[in-house]
Design a protein around this ligand. Structure first.
Ligand SMILES: NC(=O)c1ccc[n+]([C@@H]2O[C@H](COP(=O)([O-])OP(=O)(O)OC[C@H]3O[C@@H](n4cnc5c(N)ncnc54)[C@H](OP(=O)(O)O)[C@@H]3O)[C@@H](O)[C@H]2O)c1
Length: 277
């Protein structure tokens, strides 16, 4: 039997890998798919996770994976700077767990605090090359750099979410941090904020479309996005310069091209509430 803990500690004690992407939220439903896709593309990947229990053996046993066994926000600034050092890209797939504690408990500002602290860590290292930062967000959040049309009814509902659902505010603030604090001309960081609509689980990638702004209401006419397609698009952003150059400094919205009704009926999760959490 494989001793999981031993594997983890051996990996995290290993000497630094080559050109590396750091993924946080890698144990989540989307994060682990992204990690798998980056590894499949021959990339080196470093993850910071509280637990490896949800990660498939094929990922955990991969030679190009390095695991830091820690709760991200418990790391000191120095530790964070060490972990991001040498990474050419960072991806956050963090999200509040869908439990009362996850939604209303601490840390309420998980995503924005992680984003801000990781960006500070990158800047502290004064990297020679620009570092990519990909932030997973939601189509329920608008890009206020653009004049995105939002109906009055949707504004009211989003306003209620802001009041009642801390994770929504957290996601909005994290995207706003990239947009307004890092901006378009930072000397260390370039960013993109990826906005899926209702997330569903599928086992294979399918055709997907990426738009600069939502093409439908995330509240009243939500689309569907497979987590595996989000992982694929984020891996494209990391590994393909053309895709990166097209979307850097923007907040692309990703939808599956086709949604079979059967999948939609069975798999659309929390269709009204969580599209914006
Ligand atoms: N549900 C939807 O339809 C929908 C639609 C659009 C966008 N989104 C957004 O998409 C993002 C990812 O969604 P997902 O379903 O892939 O997420 P998920 O499966 O819930 O994964 C969340 C990740 O965040 C980590 N995390 C949670 N609390 C943490 C904490 N206090 N400290 C460190 N790590 C923590 C989890 O780690 P552990 O494994 O250790 O808990 C996990 O790796 C979220 O921001 C969500 O709001 C969701």
């Amino acid at each position: 039997m494989v001793d999981f803990q031993a594997t983890v500690s051996k990996k995290s004690n290993r000497k630094e890998l080559g050109v590396t992407t750091l993924v946080v939220g890698a144990s989540g439903a989307t994060g682990r798919l992204l990690v798998e896709q980056l590894l499949e593309r021959g990339q080196y990947v470093k993850i910071i996770v509280r637990s490896t229990a949800n990660l498939p053996v094929i990922v955990m046993s991969h030679d190009n994976l390095s695991v830091i066994d820690a709760s991200l926000l418990d790391l000191s600034d120095n530790e964070m700077a060490q972990h991001v050092s040498g990474c050419v890209a960072l991806v956050s797939c963090l999200g509040h767990r869908l439990s009362v504690k996850g939604i209303f408990g601490s840390p309420r500002l998980l995503v924005v605090d992680a984003t801000r602290r990781l960006c500070n860590a990158v800047k502290a290292n004064k990297p020679k090359e620009l570092v990519k930062f990909v932030l997973m967000n939601t189509a329920g959040n608008s890009n206020r750099d653009l004049n995105e049309h939002i109906s009055f009814a949707q504004r009211v509902v989003i306003g209620l979410f802001r009041l009642l659902l801390p994770p929504h505010v957290d996601n909005q603030n994290a995207a706003d941090y990239q947009r307004t604090q890092i901006g378009q001309n930072d000397e260390s960081i370039e960013w993109t904020v990826v906005r899926p609509d209702n997330l569903i689980n599928e086992t294979e990638t399918t055709e997907f479309a990426v738009h600069p702004s939502p093409i439908r209401s995330a509240i009243f006419d939500a689309g569907v996005t497979s987590r595996i397609n989000v992982g694929c698009f984020m891996a494209d952003l990391i590994s393909d310069d053309t895709t990166w150059n097209e979307w850097k400094g923007k907040m692309p919205v990703i939808y599956n091209k086709k949604t079979r009704n059967s999948i939609r009926r069975k798999q659309v999760e929390f269709s009204f509430l969580t599209s914006s959490t």
